[in-house]
Write a protein that binds this ligand. Structure first.
Ligand code: GTP
Ligand code: MG
Length: 322
């Protein structure tokens, strides 16, 4: 659809969803979208890339930018993840900083600001996981005063829960009120700037995060080796895709764990991921997974480029100045 063909009363708003790892950014986005686009796990640092998640309310298009949790870590992977959070906030109309009510809010906010190097313009604070605390007993007046001293661009705050939907309606109303007259970025119903190929890798990695323990999920990456849509003569036939993907691990011993006894773990990763990819494509998917040892892939520029994490200002220098 051409921009000039859009309805003159269209409105839009782009919001970066920021915060420390595990505060509930992706859960919040999925709740607003109404389906599980972004991957969620109980382990921190699940999201690695930034990406758009778009939905509409009446004539208003809301584009939420999911971002990796901001944290400090010397690994190149983590520097690039922080870079993704930074880049995700570039050019947005509004920032949401999510703070988990079950944590020490001021300490967490200070830590977030320390690791988020860009200036935060127009910011709303979203306190998450209200279902885990006594909602009636929440008094945040003093806390908010401190947060505003630390970040004067804070305009509003909301206490929400993505589990029971607490205050979500109020928040979406406020988002609508803050939206700006203008064309939609995704007028044809697309929900993201990332491809189905990207989400296929995410849904495989989500299963790895779910099924693998301790440090292993952090040492796993997924790359697509082949993604082939099967051409059908009958255009109304159910779509079909053949996907081959590699699960990269750091050490040979991890390969055996990911494969599991008799291939049980990789089979479970494959079956669960395939179902989710099929729900996304609306068709049949043949998913072929391999486990490859790629020592220290999390410091390897080629692998990190391949998984969509560009270098940042803080990336390790790859050449020396003369
Ligand atoms: N009880 C409760 N749990 C929540 C809520 N929101 C998120 N969670 C849980 O918190 C954990 C982390 O959620 P995510 O949405 O993955 O958090 P995130 O901020 O995207 O995490 P990273 O991608 O690692 O930065 C998961 O176990 C969620 O189920 C909530 O409102 N209530
Ligand atoms: Mg996330």
């Amino acid at each position: 659809m051409l921009l000039e063909d859009q309805h003159p009363h269209n409105k839009s708003i782009m919001i970066a969803v920021l915060g420390k790892p595990n505060v509930g950014k992706s859960s919040f986005i999925n709740h607003l979208l109404g389906f599980d686009l972004s991957i969620v796990s109980s382990k921190p640092q699940t999201t690695r890339n930034n990406f758009h998640c778009a939905f509409t309310i009446d004539r208003t298009e809301v584009v939420l930018v999911d971002t990796p949790g901001v944290h400090s870590n010397a690994q190149e992977l983590n520097k690039r993840m922080n870079g993704q959070a930074q880049m995700g906030a570039e050019g947005v109309d509004l920032n949401f900083v999510l703070l988990d009510l079950t944590t020490d809010i001021v300490t967490e906010f200070k830590d977030f600001l320390k690791n988020f190097e860009s200036p935060l313009l127009k910011t709303w604070i979203v306190f998450t996981k209200a279902d885990l605390v006594n909602k009636e007993a929440i008094v945040l007046t003093e806390t908010l005063k401190v947060l505003k001293e630390l970040c004067p661009s804070i305009e509003k705050s909301f206490i929400i829960s993505s589990k029971d939907g607490h205050n979500i309606h109020e928040l979406t109303g406020a988002i609508q009120d803050a939206s700006i007259n203008g064309p939609h970025l995704y007028p044809n119903g697309d929900v993201s700037n990332k491809s189905q190929r990207f989400f296929a890798t995410e849904y495989i990695r989500e299963q790895a995060f779910r099924l693998l323990k301790e440090e292993l999920p952090y040492e796993v990456a997924v790359v697509i080796d082949e993604y082939k849509d099967v051409k059908k003569k009958d255009e109304t036939a159910t779509p079909e895709a053949h996907i081959s993907a590699s699960i990269l691990v750091n050490r040979p011993s991890q390969r055996a764990i990911v494969v599991g006894r008799g291939g049980s773990i990789i089979k479970e990763i494959g079956v669960n991921a395939r179902k989710k990819i099929e729900a996304m494509t609306g068709g049949k998917v043949h998913l072929n997974l391999h486990v490859k040892v790629s020592p220290k892939w999390f410091n390897n520029n080629f692998v990190l480029d391949e998984i969509g994490l560009p270098r940042t200002q803080n990336s390790a220098r790859v050449w020396r100045k003369k």
